[in-house]
Design a protein around this ligand. Structure first.
Ligand SMILES: Cc1cc2nc3c(=O)[nH]c(=O)nc-3n(C[C@H](O)[C@H](O)[C@H](O)COP(=O)(O)OP(=O)(O)OC[C@H]3O[C@@H](n4cnc5c(N)ncnc54)[C@H](O)[C@@H]3O)c2cc1C
Length: 403
């Protein structure tokens, strides 16, 4: 039996797979035959994406909440930051999946199949994907199937792990016009720990307890962190003698782990197979933000395919990857606590400059101001260590690392 043939197969229909399909059609490639594959339809609100941008997102109609004023609570610095012209946006997974489902139903050339992807392999003029024993072929395959890479000496491997509760308070306590971007007032325990609060209205909010560290916590530690924060900083604790002892209800929960690593990601698995999303190195190593970077990657792939028939040329050296490595080194080896690093950044710079820097859009002069604002000895030490690893380690995968 001959295998079904497509122009593009997108393996994994999560954030990056769905975004890529959307951007391909928007770039004028709607006449191509596209196959999207995933394990099962998305029916759960399995994650919440936050990101900032100037102007509108392609998914603006389903953005759940947006803020242009955000709180930052750090070391010796607490301020409500006006981030305009940026807007900080919250997109719920389920709203994005439903939006994409409705959109896919209107795309005659896109097929969505479900099953377990067992194999992706280059074959001659294209590549083939095996889904539950069935083979599909395409000229290009884009894969977001992510397998954590084993730690490599000389590179940094932190995890961003977090637990969030959507809570409903018994009394109005939230200001829905202001989100809390980072609140470092929680116990740091020798790591980088913060919470963020995304208020939906005066009584409901997503409160997220986040840790940057090499190892996960025990499940009860996230709950304890959330409970403590909600009681201490949101003033939601049972009042003695109150007839309603429950100060809030937990409506939903989410848990996530995002890799924070500068290990080089393989973008092109083989001549006709490209990795996208987290698997394609789109997670920013120093912050874990991925969603906006997925949109940029999807746009770039679509434009390149449209213009040249090739997905994209591989990026050359990027100075921000270097900055990410240095920050990871500073955090990993406790050269300067994360709480102080982020406090210094926001205290000594306009928030717009910090967000632009994290977006990798700053000019060299702006980078200079960012560098001047952090603890110079700690960062100089980190930079030297990263340089040492890159220069004097053995070569693995095009990068020099320690043996
Ligand atoms: C809980 C959570 C919250 C996050 N919040 C943010 C945020 O606020 N801001 C931000 O920028 N980033 C955030 N991220 C990081 C990042 O944006 C998301 O992880 C994003 O979903 C990554 O997109 P992706 O396409 O790479 O992976 P996914 O969205 O996970 O998509 C991969 C798809 O591949 C499918 N798949 C995997 N293996 C197989 C197989 N063998 N067969 C068939 N299908 C398979 C999966 O079912 C999945 O649908 C968050 C991540 C998590 C987990």
């Amino acid at each position: 039996m001959t295998a079904a043939h497509y122009d593009y197969i997108i393996a994994g229909a999560g954030a990056s797979g769905l975004s890529l399909a959307y951007h391909l059609v928007n770039a004028g490639l709607g006449d191509k035959r596209i196959l999207l594959l995933d394990r099962a339809p998305k029916t759960q609100n399995d994650r919440t994406w936050c990101f900032w941008e100037v102007g509108e997102s392609p998914f603006e109609s389903v953005v759940f909440r947006r803020w242009d004023k955000v709180w930052f609570h750090g070391k010796g610095f607490s301020e409500c930051l006006d981030i305009r012209p940026y807007t900080y946006k919250m997109l719920r997974g389920i709203d994005f999946y439903r939006f994409m489902q409705d959109w896919l139903e209107q795309q005659p050339n896109i097929t969505l199949n479900y099953g377990n992807i067992q194999q992706i392999q280059d074959s001659g003029e294209g590549a083939r994907v095996v889904l539950d024993g069935e083979t599909y072929r395409a000229h290009w395959v884009f894969s977001s199937l992510y397998k954590p890479t084993p730690p490599r000496p000389g590179f940094h491997h932190l995890l961003q792990h977090f637990k969030g509760w959507v809570i409903e308070a018994a009394k109005p306590v939230f200001d829905p016009t202001r989100a809390t971007f980072m609140d470092f007032r929680v116990e740091q325990q020798g790591q980088t720990r913060f919470t963020y609060v995304l208020p939906f209205d005066t009584r409901r909010a997503l409160v997220e307890y986040t840790v940057f560290s090499p190892e996960l916590l025990k499940p009860e530690e996230y709950d304890a962190g959330l409970r403590q924060y909600i009681s201490q900083y949101l003033s939601l604790s049972p009042e003695p003698g109150n007839r309603n002892p429950e100060p809030y209800k937990i409506l939903e929960q989410e848990f996530g782990i995002i890799p924070m690593t500068d290990t080089p990601f393989v973008l092109q698995q083989s001549p006709h197979v490209l990795n996208i999303g987290t698997a394609g190195g789109r997670t920013k190593a120093s912050t874990g933000y991925t969603f906006e970077r997925i949109q940029q990657q999807s746009r770039r792939i679509a434009q390149s395919l449209r213009a040249t028939g090739q997905p994209f040329s591989l990026p050359s050296f990027n100075r921000y990857a270097w900055f990410d490595s240095v920050l990871l080194d500073v955090l990993t080896y406790h050269r300067n606590p994360g709480k102080e690093v982020f406090s210094d950044l926001f205290r000594h710079n306009p928030p717009q400059r910090v967000l632009k820097f994290l977006d990798e859009q700053t000019a060299l002069a702006e980078d200079w101001f960012i560098m001047r604002s952090v603890n110079l000895p700690a960062f100089a030490r980190g930079a030297l260590e990263v340089l040492r690893h890159r220069l004097f380690g053995p070569l693995i995968g095009g990068q020099r690392v320690e043996s």
